[in-house]
Design a protein around this ligand. Structure first.
Ligand code: AMP
Length: 257
């Protein structure tokens, strides 16, 4: 039976009581769940006695208030899906539960977070790192699962946990894609049918042997507004806009690049 927990106190009572000696897998999400989230959840279910999934659309990581307003939400459907997967606990906090200080205290990283998503979305990674640290401190999982789809985020969380000696294992999980290559994202539902047709070109070109400059030109020619195409730490990262919708993706670089 899936149990919904809304407060840190309710979870703490379980964590220090009945669940004291269990391995706990934790998957933080912003809801609007899709097969990408499900792959993380299934991995956690396999590797841990207990799985906790959180749903919280974290306002502090949205640099654009309109993006926060538009962000898709489907709580009831999400809960039904989590029940069908036999997830043990859903942590469903409100803003006050996670931010008793109203975001007076925050985690800032100064190097990795200054490039790519960090330079395009000021404050984004402060919000991400701060909410993830709060969630990990509340849930106290043995392992926590993150998607390679957001690879820069994964790197930052891995390094935060190492730097602050947090007793949790951070596990990266491969990007889940639609059949045409588009990385699944909650934001994909916001694409117009025409843009949805175009969208897989981002993955196709990132995976090609072309230079970053050539990829940029090709995408712009097809009506994408390119934010960046960058090689970093053995991967090729891209961020584009199709209309108002921002898409990001990344692939490992290999010998052919
Ligand atoms: P979000 O709800 O977008 O904050 O994502 C929650 C977690 O799911 C993050 O660790 C994401 O990286 C991961 N995730 C999102 N989309 C995908 C995907 N297509 N494949 C794998 N993981 C994903």
């Amino acid at each position: 039976m899936t149990q919904v927990i809304k407060t840190s106190e309710a979870w703490r009572a379980l964590r220090t009581g009945d669940l004291k000696d269990h391995s706990i897998g934790f998957v933080p999400t912003m809801g609007s769940l899709h097969a990408g989230h499900v792959s993380l959840i299934k991995r956690s279910l396999q590797e841990n006695a207990i799985t906790v999934v959180s749903i919280f659309v974290n306002p502090t990581q949205f640099n654009d208030p309109k993006d926060l307003e538009r962000y898709p939400r489907k709580d009831e459907e999400d809960l039904a899906l989590l029940r069908s997967l036999q997830v043990d606990y859903v942590f469903f906090p409100d803003y006050k539960t996670l931010y008793p200080d109203d975001y007076q205290f925050r985690v800032t990283e100064s190097i990795i977070s200054s490039i790519m998503e960090g330079s395009s979305r000021p404050g984004h990674f402060d919000g991400v790192l701060t909410v993830v640290m709060r969630l990990l401190n509340i849930i106290q999982p043995s392992r926590s699962y993150f998607g390679e789809k957001d690879y820069q985020q994964y790197l930052l969380i891995r390094e935060m946990v190492r730097s602050f000696f947090m007793p949790v294992e951070i596990i990266p999980c491969p990007t889940v894609r639609d059949a045409d290559g588009l990385a699944l994202s909650s934001r994909n539902v916001l694409l117009t049918p025409e843009d949805r047709q175009k969208a897989p070109m981002l993955f196709r070109l990132l995976s090609s042997t072309q230079s970053t400059d050539a990829i940029m030109i090709e995408l712009e020619r097809h009506g994408f507004h390119v934010d960046y195409i960058i090689d970093y730490e053995g991967r090729r990262f891209g961020a584009v806009y199709l209309g108002k919708v921002r898409l990001i993706d990344n692939v490992p670089l290999n010998e052919t690049h």
